[in-house]
Design a protein around this ligand. Structure first.
Ligand code: F6P
Length: 526
């Protein structure tokens, strides 16, 4: 069933040429300043409340006819069926023959199931398993939080086993009351681990080896080096000082780790923060805040699952992404979190969007005649304003900007939060308004699009909702593009070649290599 079979790819629908026609006739010359002048209700029409997140979409290059054609596109592509297939546990990750059920990790124990539906029964069984691991993991998190002898927690993992926990521990620093230090080691560059180890003592350090597969080269190299360091200092109690977060519990045991928290192959690496991979976050903020984090994400899951397309925030955002990528042909989107605790959010979302939808063939392997994932990039505001915002305002390319801000900040200093928000609003306003009266270098073209995502406050629940929102908007664009958003074959070739080159670097064998690789290898070995 499913596997994208009933889906219609966006370019095969009647709505696609209709959108093309609309774009060419008026969409491309849409002026949002005029649109605000013509419609006093534009803000209301193009804003969307969702759990914990309010989205102002009104400063985008979109009008009601374009949005309603995009809604038709979504309907014709079978977006709702595809979404429902995911929530029913169907194997929509067709190239790996796996279900995609990260939503199950945040479903509360009280969730109801309809017993007669076979697919739902299967999901219900798995849910019970999820809750039992979650309980064990949270109990362990609480035990470690109370253990004053452990002062340093070192998470060793990469990609989805690093970016999520690292981003979230920083984002929710206000809720971290343990007094423990958290370190994140991902790079195989030994300087990273060495500098962390230099600040730790073996008998007060807990290593979390985070790897879905427990085979990733960088993580395994760092894990082995960490254990060598631990043993060289006389450490013997590996069971106390090492825990593994993985779907491959057997490999963790073979490594010598007996404390393990498992998860499942239906959790993609970039969707795994909600699983045992979230253990550093649970240790930082505690079980009840972690449950609130899951709860915020669950509220967004329910919004995505149940709201009609027209007032479904992930759907509206995902459709805007299609409009910008395939019609306006914008090649990138800039993320501007006006909250320094969200420093690592752009890196986290980069993996989410670009590893999910950075693909040039559809789920059946057919080459796509249109563009997919844009480049996602950004830095927290106001820092970005003093670096690359010049290009956003006056550069030759239009880059949609996504602002993220919280109304209140728990621990700001007097006056700062107001300045921060004023800057976020002013940048979005300047992008839209532009300026034509100053002449030459001082003029701004304006009419540059931005979305404003507003949280009441950055809390475990609102962060959970914000991240789930991003997951689902990536689902929406990926679904319409006809992709399998849940595999990542594009990372494989480099891994294989690195193994070959590592051996050649040891022996100096350059036979059969291209001139550049051979030349660089000789220079490195000289
Ligand atoms: O190489 C890419 C990737 O597979 C990501 O998708 C994943 O998040 C990362 O590597 C780490 O993988 P693992 O958790 O299995 O070590």
């Amino acid at each position: 069933m499913s596997q994208g079979a009933q889906r219609l790819r966006c370019d095969q629908t009647p709505a696609w040429p209709a959108l093309r026609g609309y774009f060419e006739s008026s969409g491309h010359s849409f002026d949002m300043r005029q649109a605000f002048a013509d419609d006093s209700q534009r803000f209301e029409r193009f804003s969307q409340p969702a759990p914990h997140v309010f989205a102002d979409l009104s400063k985008n290059l979109i009008d009601a006819p374009a949005e309603s054609l995009l809604m038709e596109l979504a309907a014709q592509c079978g977006l709702e069926d595809h979404r429902n297939a995911m929530f029913a546990g169907e194997r929509i990750n067709n190239t790996e023959n796996r279900s995609v059920m990260h939503f199950l990790l945040r479903k509360p124990p009280s969730a109801q199931y309809v017993p007669s539906q076979v697919a739902i029964d299967k999901v219900a069984d798995l849910h019970a398993e999820v809750l039992s691991v979650q309980e064990a993991m949270l109990a362990y998190a609480e035990q470690m939080r109370a253990d004053d002898a452990i002062t340093d927690i070192v998470n060793i993992g990469i990609g989805g086993s690093d970016l999520g926990p690292q981003m979230a521990v920083l984002a929710l620093g206000e809720f971290a009351t343990t007094g423990k230090r958290f370190h994140f080691v991902s790079n195989v560059d030994g300087q990273e681990l060495a500098s962390v180890l230099a600040r730790c003592k073996p008998d007060s350090t807990l290593f979390l080896i985070a790897s879905k597969t427990f085979t990733t080269t960088e993580t395994m190299a760092n894990a082995h080096s960490a254990r060598r360091w631990f043993e060289a200092a006389g450490g013997t109690d590996v069971a106390r000082h090492f825990a593994a977060l993985t779907t491959n519990v057997a490999a963790a045991h073979a490594f010598g780790i007996s404390t393990t928290f498992g998860f499942w192959d239906w959790v993609g690496g970039r969707y795994s923060l909600w699983s045992a991979i979230g253990l550093p976050l649970a240790m930082a903020i505690g079980a009840s805040h972690f449950r609130a984090f899951l709860g915020g994400a669950h509220a967004m899951d329910e919004h995505f699952r149940l709201q009609p397309l027209a007032c479904n925030l992930p759907v509206r955002l995902g459709l805007l992404d299609i409009w910008y990528r395939n019609f306006h042909r914008f090649g990138s989107r800039s993320l501007a979190p006006y909250n320094s605790a969200l420093n690592r959010l752009p890196a986290y979302l980069q993996q989410l969007e670009m590893e999910s939808n950075g693909k040039r063939v559809d789920a059946h392997g057919d080459l796509l005649p249109f563009d997919t994932a844009p480049v996602l990039w950004g830095e927290p505001g106001t820092n970005g304003q003093h670096a690359y915002f010049q290009m956003l305002h006056q550069g030759s390319a239009v880059v949609p900007v996504e602002f993220v801000a919280a109304t209140t900040a728990a621990k700001s200093l007097p006056g700062h939060q107001q300045k921060l928000l004023a800057n976020a609003l002013a940048q979005a306003q300047a992008l839209m308004r532009g300026r034509a009266d100053a002449g030459g270098h001082k003029d701004f073209p304006g009419n540059r699009p931005s979305t404003f995502l507003l949280l009441d406050e950055l809390t475990p629940a609102s962060l959970g909702a914000l991240l789930a929102l991003q997951e689902h908007r990536v689902f929406v664009s990926g679904a319409l593009w006809g992709l399998n958003s849940f595999d990542q074959w594009g990372v494989e070739l480099g891994k294989v070649l690195a193994q070959d080159i590592e051996q050649r670097l040891a022996t100096g064998d350059v036979s059969g290599l291209d001139g550049s690789t051979a030349g660089l290898m000789k220079k490195i070995r000289a």
